[in-house]
Design a binder for this molecule. Structure first.
Ligand code: AMP
Length: 254
């Protein structure tokens, strides 16, 4: 059974807490999630976490959490990162890699991990290989979600998330019970600044130029598993679940 984790240490490594520190499950899954913005990676990550317990480690969430920090406490590097994010551009490799290194404890978690939004460039992927080598850890699979461009734009523009607990919704596909209010915690639902039309266009361009080459990178390592992101989140999760169970089964057999 999954154990809840607020991801406090991932978001704030110097002050957050993790409810899972003492637990050591037997079969942690270590995954990278790939896919253009809007394919529904975040939703799949939540569903995978519920069933397989691996913690969702999203670099985008770290930047969004940093937006809540008072301006005088935000480092100049983080200010630059937040500006890049607002424009739909990538934050520098150096900054993102440093941020992941600082959170290496989360990569060692006995529950495994799902990296969501990292790596996003080949340089970041190489840096991740180095970090994992040092920790003597490997990746079980890179799940690459695929979807056509029109569907991606439709999904991004209807996307909302809870300003408090981060639960995600979609105005058309998974609306909240009460408009604008989170079903789970009553928090206000907001649209991400980078889900506005101009940012969406930019983010898709950036994805094609910088992140698409990762498919080849991981395919060459025999880690890439393509999953169609078409259909309802539940349907996509059924595909994902089958794949993850077969990875666990092969591991047991091997
Ligand atoms: P996401 O929630 O993953 O779509 O990330 C939101 C934004 O955060 C991106 O558009 C980038 O500006 C920034 N970001 C998140 N992860 C990375 C990364 N691995 N490399 C560079 N920028 C990132």
């Amino acid at each position: 059974m999954a154990v809840e984790n607020s991801r406090g240490v991932w978001l704030f490594p110097n002050g957050g807490s993790c409810s899972r520190q003492d637990c050591r499950p037997q079969r942690p899954l270590r995954l990278v999630l790939l896919g253009a913005p809007g394919v529904g990676k975040g939703t799949q990550a939540e569903l995978i976490s519920e069933e397989f317990s691996s913690c969702q480690l999203s670099t985008g969430d770290v930047f969004r959490a940093a937006k809540g920090i008072p301006a005088d406490k935000v480092s100049p590097a983080m200010k630059d990162a937040l500006e890049a994010m607002k424009q739909g551009l990538l934050v520098s490799d150096e900054m993102v890699v440093a941020l992941v290194e600082e959170r290496a404890g989360c990569l060692q978690c006995g529950y495994g991990f799902m990296l969501d939004g990292f790596p996003r460039t080949v340089d970041q992927a190489e840096a991740l290989d180095g970090i994992l080598d040092e920790l003597d850890l490997g990746i079980d699979a890179v799940l690459s979600y695929t979807l056509d461009r029109d569907s991606i734009v439709g999904r991004l523009s209807g996307r909302r998330s809870c300003s408090k607990c981060k639960k995600s919704y979609h105005l058309q596909f998974s609306p909240p019970k009460v408009e604008g209010v989170c079903d789970e915690c009553g928090g206000e639902l907001i649209q991400r600044e980078d889900d506005k039309p101009e940012s969406i266009r930019k983010r898709l361009e950036v994805y094609e130029a910088s992140t698409r080459p990762l498919e080849e990178y991981y395919s060459a390592k025999g880690l890439l598993v393509e999953i169609s992101a078409e259909g309802a989140p539940k349907t996509v999760f059924e595909r994902t679940r089958d794949i993850l169970h077969s990875i666990l089964k092969n591991r047991q057999a091997g």
